[in-house]
Ligand binder design. Sequence first.
Ligand SMILES: Nc1ncnc2c1ncn2[C@@H]1O[C@H](COP(=O)(O)OP(=O)(O)O)[C@@H](O)[C@H]1O
Ligand SMILES: N[C@@H](CC(=O)OP(=O)(O)O)C(=O)O
Length: 447
Amino acid sequence: MKIAKFGGSSVADASQIKKVLKIFNEDNERLVMVVSAPGKRFDGDIKVTDMLIDLYHLVISNHPSKEIDEQINRILERFQLIEEELQFQHSLLSHFKEKLKFHIAEITEPARLLDALKSSGEDFNAELIAAYNTEQGIETLYMNPDDIGLYVTDEPGNAMVREESFEAIKNRLPRDRKVIIPGFFGVSESNQIVTFSRGGSDLTGAIVARALDADLYENYTDVSGIFSANPMIIPNPAQIEELTYDEMRELSYAGFNVFHDEAIAPLYSKGIPVVIKNTNRPDDSGTFIVPNRKAEGVVGVSCDKGFVSINMKKYLMNREIGFTRKLLSILEALGISYEHIPSGIDNVSIILREHQLIDKEGLLIEQIEKTLNVDQLSIEKNLAILMIVGEGMKTAVGTANKATQAFRDHNINLKMINQGSSEISMMFGIEEKDATNALKAVYNAYF
Ligand SMILES: Nc1ncnc2c1ncn2[C@@H]1O[C@H](COP(=O)(O)OP(=O)(O)O)[C@@H](O)[C@H]1O
Ligand SMILES: N[C@@H](CC(=O)OP(=O)(O)O)C(=O)O
């Protein structure tokens, strides 16, 4: 059995939806399909998820109801166009309008309202596509996360799957009919809609694949696989045939947003392979993501912005037992997670995503000063992290050389280097302003 997830670009309009349904219907192994909200149809278009977020802001800032209604209509027009172009007979538009109005009228807590509205793009699309497929003669069930038992933690906008979901989904999903599920959200213990982080429909697909012990998780998008670098920055980058789970996780975490960095986690224990494929060119072989592979050298280079480094220096830090534990306790108490901790004998830095510090920067600094008594403390913002990744790096000699030489040749100031113990990735901290040049220089050094 295969689980197929189709991203926003694959379900952005009627012609894309027809391609998607052709792929879904032509293979009986494809029992379950997960869909995103309609994405961008052209450069400059707005994703339905972003239109829903705008709707939330209008509601929450008490804009006149006329403006709120206009935004609701703009969102419904996307679905109306899809219905018209599909020549769909049983319009769902008034039902969708009622659902949006219901969320706005009933949900008072802002973070809850945001998640309920944000989830609606996926929810409406799944219901519409399932009804259309049924109308075309292929009985297709729409099942939402509540129906299938996709239970998540209660962290608005950043949910994680709860363990009991796998058993529930396995028991509740029928095997005798095609099913379409909206991606991107689950339900919490208190029965609230909670979304994953952005791009999270990939996670829904992975969760369903694990629950049904699928043979393959197919992730359809608008490119024919994963490239060695972001194609928006590097023209015609080399395509990757096969990646390991660990390589994918490292690369997607640091900027390969073609696949959500947390979507590998549910697949690990069962070793379910993933293939990234192109809805517009379904016969292209795509990129496989597998538990293990024979690897040589560097497979990909990625770069992501928006990092902060909190740098601490204290003379004889290496002799102070418990220093790092106290530091990590401060982060834990403030609910902050970190990405890297490069350190020296008398200094340590914590690398964080900048958004983690919203509303917490002052408190964090205060706590560090009060508890750790450091000699120097500074915050460096606007950092980018460039990663080179490849299982083959474990055995290759001189890998770092090429990158550092590329930085030197392009006059790029290297702020830090870190290699994890798994030796499949190397991280370079640079200034955000250098990110594009650095990626180009390092890509050319390896490929
Ligand atoms: N290394 C990479 N390989 C392939 N695509 C990449 C890579 N890095 C970034 N991308 C971008 O990811 C896009 C697909 O992801 P996304 O926009 O989330 O698609 P979808 O709408 O299918 O969810 C591609 O169009 C491409 O521009
Ligand atoms: N629609 C959501 C979730 C998602 O996964 O979308 P996509 O498959 O288009 O990346 C978002 O824009 O974040």
